[in-house]
Write a protein that binds this ligand. Structure first.
Ligand code: ATP
Ligand code: MG
Length: 395
């Protein structure tokens, strides 16, 4: 009896005539996520994607990987057998036996996607259910409140059997590559990796930009950002990371601008540079981890001041989330532990004691006017280090 994986997708079914395009991108992304596992076959039929590994010991790893592919709604390991009732009954008994202890309440649910199959769904349920009971009289049939649902799906290429409880939820969302590209401002903090994940989940390819203040922030702080990019890349297959040296700009700001405006002027530089990088890599939007009121630079007035220097839309998926909610997300996606490593980021080094919370654009512009903004931006653009980041090898 061979074990395979059945993947179902949801939202992309709704895309009408575009559906094949979406499906093909999803299949491509799945193949890509599994590419370094030998002898895998990925096949799509009847709104289901079937994944087989020649080496069945790899199935756990396959499930792990598939659980991070956007566009997948559920992942089920299933036994696949010939479409013959005797074989199906025996397979259901042996494949689901570990869930069918004495006293367990169960039911069988059948789906006949192959309309040429001789028995109708209710008949399949009765036959398989009857056989399971015969072989295990202490089971209890309960169609309303079962502990276990044995699923039998009769499809074009075979009969598939699994327990509903073993089905695992996928990420949901849309396949990467169906939603253009955006550029994420990725700090070493908790918020921005979550923001990047949320936008990528909508099918958007992500480039990341990090502003790095060597030697005020250590090499280790940079490695931490690379590590966060590696975790995001588990979902996106890879990510271009642009590291921008930011020290000169920060020192200029520190030396020439009022201390209380330092953070906002710095944030405006980040946005300007990120927008230039975004334009180069054909992004249509910027993404940040900002949330209203979280810190002084994220009051509505402050957000307006930072927003004012860019024309591109700025996506802020965390805008209405509480820190606790963001942390829960960060734990789920696996970035939290890395985000809380104690290496300082470029902002904590240059943080004013009393940042302004209700800034006026005009007064920030005035403070900024002593700087040669274009020259500083150009200079930073000259020395960007770009790397392609992949998921870590052991993933
Ligand atoms: P995070 O947890 O993402 O660092 P934060 O709560 O610390 O966010 P800020 O420091 O005000 O908030 O930064 C707001 C946003 O600006 C971040 O979410 C991120 O998108 C961007 N940002 C801040 N610092 C950097 C940096 N060094 N490099 C790239 N982007 C940054
Ligand atoms: Mg931060």
């Amino acid at each position: 009896m061979k074990e395979i994986i059945m993947v179902k997708y949801g939202e992309i079914i709704l895309k009408g005539l575009n559906r094949p395009v979406f499906e093909n991108i999803l299949v491509k992304n799945i193949k890509n996520a599994l590419k370094n596992i030998d002898n895998i076959s990925v096949r799509k039929a009847q709104a289901t994607i079937y994944i087989e590994a020649e080496n069945e010991n790899k199935i756990d790893l396959l499930v792990e990987r598939l659980a991070k592919v956007f566009g997948i709604v559920s992942i089920a390991r299933a036994a696949v057998v010939e479409k013959d009732m005797e074989t199906i009954k025996q397979a259901a008994l042996s494949y689901c036996s570990y869930r069918l202890d004495a006293g367990i309440r169960f039911k069988v649910e059948a789906k006949r996607a192959d309309k040429g199959f001789a028995l109708k769904s209710p008949e399949i349920c009765t036959e398989v259910g009857g056989y399971l009971l015969e072989n295990n009289p202490k089971l209890i049939v309960d169609v309303h409140n079962p502990d276990t649902v044995v699923k039998v799906e009769i499809r074009d290429f075979g009969a598939y059997i699994y327990c509903e409880e073993d089905k695992r939820a996928g990420q949901g969302g849309m396949p990467i590559g169906t939603g253009s590209r955006a550029t994420l401002l990725l700090s070493g903090g908790i918020d921005s990796p979550v923001a990047g994940h949320m936008i990528a989940k909508r099918g958007v390819e992500i480039d990341a930009v990090n502003f790095f203040s060597y030697p005020y922030t250590s090499e280790r702080a940079k490695e931490k950002v690379v590590e966060l990019a590696q975790i995001i890349a588990q979902y996106t297959s890879k990510i271009n990371l642009h590291i921008v040296p930011f020290t000169d700009i920060q020192l200029e700001i520190r030396d020439k601008c009022p201390e209380e405006h330092m953070t906002l002027i710095m944030r405006r530089f980040m946005m300007r540079i990120a927008e230039k990088i975004a334009a180069k890599n054909k992004s249509l939007a910027l993404v940040t981890g900002e949330s209203v009121g979280q810190v002084a630079s994220q009051t509505m007035a402050a957000l307006n001041v930072t927003n004012a220097v860019v024309d591109m839309p700025v996506l802020r998926p965390l805008i209405g989330m509480d820190k606790e909610e963001i942390i829960a997300r960060a734990r789920e996606i696996g970035t939290f532990e890395t985000s809380i490593l104690p290496y300082e980021d470029c902002c904590t080094v240059f943080t004013p004691k009393h940042p302004t919370t209700n800034p006026k654009i005009s007064s920030i512009e005035k403070s900024e006017s002593v700087l040669d903004v274009d020259a500083l931006v150009d200079e930073a653009m000259q020395s960007i280090e770009t790397m392609v980041v992949y998921p870590q090898a052991d993933f």
